[in-house]
Design a protein around this ligand. Structure first.
Ligand code: PEP
Ligand code: MG
Length: 537
């Protein structure tokens, strides 16, 4: 037995088998004097297998997320692209081995795409890399890693990308452990959304995890026990039993409105990041979606998502969640959330840098594409749009102007739309201090306590060394929340909290005291929060 400790980022426990997500070695050697016709047969066979794999992946993924699945469709087309095929064949005809021919052709096309003067085409470089790796893996006789164990397991990986996770059946995953990351990394948010434990940032101790065996995982304390003894197993069994019993208890609050004993009604909403998460909104009985982090649509894509692609996702989310109100936040990229195809420069202080609305207002075409998709989707449900990282009234004025332009154009095109509420995130001290002015410009506020805590306390939310200082219950943060809420209510607009601390029950009496209108939390925490509100005065 061995105990390691990382950062617990989702307060659940699990005891399951270890399942390692391996990165396979795809190095190839150059061999001369090969028989071209034999190598060509190998190439054709590998191509066929790759096409089959991609078809299967498309079918499997489209059941969960059609948008992500389309990547596998594109990959099938690329495998059959004549220039790519001819590139491989011409090297084989020179007597080289097929693995080398595929690698050389792949590298050539990758460089070609990466250096083109078009960001969309730049993104194709990653797709070429993907199909090339697939072919080499097949040629080396390595099967695509499949979840070959039955039952549940704890997924272990240095880092978890959205594309890693779609390969698994979510129901089989009991928890996650990663070498890198923080409480707010994508994997952590996903784990909380799925109600699973995650321990991140094990750093070098990650390398001590064996590739086989059992693991006990505590997503609250960050404890990772490898091959736990009976004593530990008993403790975890008790914790699991308690979790089950609590879940039964929370179920009693399904279909109930969260109204305190003194009659204050709080909407309990859910935070989500993808189309497939929309099911969790309904499963967990959320009253609304308080935050749809639209940047995940961009993060899960290998190129700028088109207006059509975004429209289709937003429309489906709205339809699925109808009649609930859905707050979709516009792109909040930058800082910890980066996409290669944005080609963002490395910055000294990324959290204070070129991110979120700052990018959107400097790149209006990108912004307008998203706004067009959103307004087109508005027809299919109850949409509110929210803007992140606001610091200046001028930003809001600019946003409102751009919205008018987008709407006028859509009206000219005869596109049907529904009325849309406009809100802003209050997640900078600047926004709090001018919230009296901002409240007169929009329909609602949503307080992002993750960033508000970071900026108020000057504590980097990604830095695990100072995690003890990251306190969303600090008096300064609470005063900020109270001030913004007061200013909003004075202008008769509603206020929600969508940062992680919205689910902090220790802060609930304070939120009720200031008459917060909505708390938006991970879907799995909705019923627990409803119970706590209903039992409050
Ligand atoms: C926040 O800052 O509190 C928030 C909800 O946004 P994000 O965590 O996506 O930055
Ligand atoms: Mg934020």
């Amino acid at each position: 037995m061995k105990t390691l400790r990382g950062i617990g980022a989702s307060d659940h426990v699990a005891v399951e088998r270890i399942y390692f997500l391996e990165k396979v070695n795809l190095d190839v050697k150059e061999i001369n004097g090969c028989n071209p016709s034999e190598e060509l047969v190998k190439y054709k066979n590998a191509n066929n297998i790759a096409l089959h794999e991609l078809k299967d992946l498309f079918i499997k993924t489209s059941e969960v997320d059609l948008e992500t699945a389309q990547v596998f469709d594109i990959h099938q087309m690329m495998l059959e692209d004549l220039d790519y095929v001819e590139g491989v064949e011409s090297i084989i005809e020179k007597g080289k081995n097929v693995e080398f021919a595929v690698k050389t052709t792949g590298d050539k096309f990758q460089t070609l795409f990466a250096t083109m003067d078009d960001e969309l085409l730049n993104a194709r470089a990653y797709d070429v890399k993907d199909i090339t790796s697939r072919l080499i893996r097949i040629l080396k006789g390595i099967k695509e890693e499949e979840v070959s164990i039955n039952g549940r397991f704890i997924l272990i990986s240095e880092d978890l990308l959205p594309s890693d996770i779609v390969r698994f059946d979510h129901k089989q995953i009991a928890g996650f452990v990663t070498k890198y990351g923080s409480k707010t990394s994508h994997a952590a948010i996903l784990a909380r959304t799925l109600n699973l434990p995650i321990v991140v940032n094990l750093k070098d101790r990650f390398d001590e995890i064996p590739h086989l065996g059992m693991m006990a995982l505590n997503g609250l304390t960050g404890e990772v026990v490898i091959n736990p003894n009976q004593y530990i197993l008993d403790i975890y069994a008790k914790k699991l039993q308690e979790e089950k019993e609590l879940q039964v208890e929370f179920e009693k609050y399904r279909n109930k409105s969260a109204i305190t004993k003194s009659g204050h009604h709080v909407l309990v909403a859910a935070n989500i990041g993808s189309l497939s998460d929309a099911d969790l909104v309904i499963e967990n009985d959320a009253d609304a979606v308080g935050l749809f982090r639209s940047e995940f649509v961009y993060l899960e894509s290998k190129e700028y998502p088109s207006e059509e692609k975004q429209f289709s996702i937003y429309k489906q989310v709205l339809q699925k969640c109808s009649p609930r109100n859905v707050v979709i936040r516009t792109l909040d990229i930058g800082a910890d959330k980066t996409c290669d195809y944005f080609h963002l420069d490395k910055e000294e202080n990324p959290a204070l840098g070129y991110r979120a609305i700052r990018i959107c207002l400097k790149e209006p075409e990108l912004f307008k594409t998203q706004l067009r998709a959103l307004y087109r989707a508005s027809y299919y449900g109850n949409l509110s749009i929210m803007f992140p990282m606001i610091t200046h009234t001028e930003q809001v004025a600019m946003i409102l102007e751009i919205i008018e332009e987008v709407k006028s154009q859509l009206i000219l095109e005869g596109v049907p739309m529904n009325p849309v509420e406009i809100g802003i995130m209050i997640e900078t001290p600047a926004a709090v201090m001018i919230s009296d002015k901002l409240a007169g410009m929009v329909d609602f506020f949503s307080i992002g306590t993750n960033d508000l805590t970071q900026y108020t306390l000057a504590v980097d939310r990604m830095n695990s060394k100072i995690e003890d200082l990251f306190d969303s219950g600090h008096e300064s943060v609470l005063r900020m929340i109270a001030l913004a809420t007061k200013n909003a209510h004075e202008k008769n607009i509603w206020v929600g909290i969508c940062g992680e601390s919205a689910s902090d029950l220790a802060l609930l009496p304070f939120y009720l005291d200031i008459h917060i209108d909505e708390l938006s939390v991970s879907p799995g925490k909705v019923l627990k929060l409803k119970k706590a509100i209903i039992e409050s005065h």
